[in-house]
Design a protein around this ligand. Structure first.
Ligand code: SAM
Length: 166
């Protein structure tokens, strides 16, 4: 984890271009036991503590059908992250490398993703295990874990595009 204004040996910050409005809408927020980055796990575990994901209105109807999946992919906005480091020296080993080779929360667009175990749905709240973000982290999206999602039959156009003649 990189502190807000901390620069470690070898790290490189840039002046990022001004953010443009990609039209992102926060659809809820994560309720977790962690109130600061230092105590938050680096990667969530499916046997981690029970957390809740709150879905804001008008999005609760979008939960219909989700309960059949045991695992969900959660995308969240790591809102306390700095966004200007292109090279980082993680505290774990101090070895400097490029931001895109890391899962650090510090990135140009600080999107975090994790697979969580869905324990239940209580109204507009999902009860889950496996999160790794601090309390109040804004939620971007929820999807069924791709490993549990039935694959769609390939379209003819896709077959043609990859030159599949069989
Ligand atoms: N599992 C996600 C991923 O791989 O995309 C996130 C991994 S990131 C290494 C998790 C770390 O981000 C936590 O240990 C904590 O230090 C930090 N973090 C958690 N919530 C955050 C937030 N809302 N803003 C900034 N940093 C956060």
């Amino acid at each position: 984890m990189v502190g807000l204004n901390e620069i470690r040996d070898g790290e490189q910050a840039v002046v990022p271009p001004p953010p443009t409005d990609a039209g992102l809408v926060f659809i809820g927020r994560c309720h977790t036991p962690w109130t600061d980055r230092a105590t938050c796990p680096r990667q969530g575990r499916l046997d981690g503590p029970i957390c809740r994901i709150e879905i804001y209105e008008p999005w609760s109807p979008a939960l219909d059908g989700l309960a059949q999946f045991e695992r969900l992919e959660v995308l969240y906005w790591l809102h306390h992250s700095r966004r200007d480091l292109v090279r980082q020296s993680p505290r774990s080993d101090g070895r400097t490398r490029g931001t895109f080779s890391l899962r650090s929360p510090v990135r140009p667009n600080p999107i975090g993703t994790h697979i969580v175990q869905l324990i239940g749905i209580e109204g507009a709240y999902l009860v889950v295990r496996g999160l790794d973000c601090i309390d109040g982290t804004p939620l971007i999206d929820l999807k069924p874990d791709r490993a549990q999602f039935p694959p769609l039959a390939p379209r003819q156009a896709d077959d043609d595009q990859i030159g599949n003649t069989q």
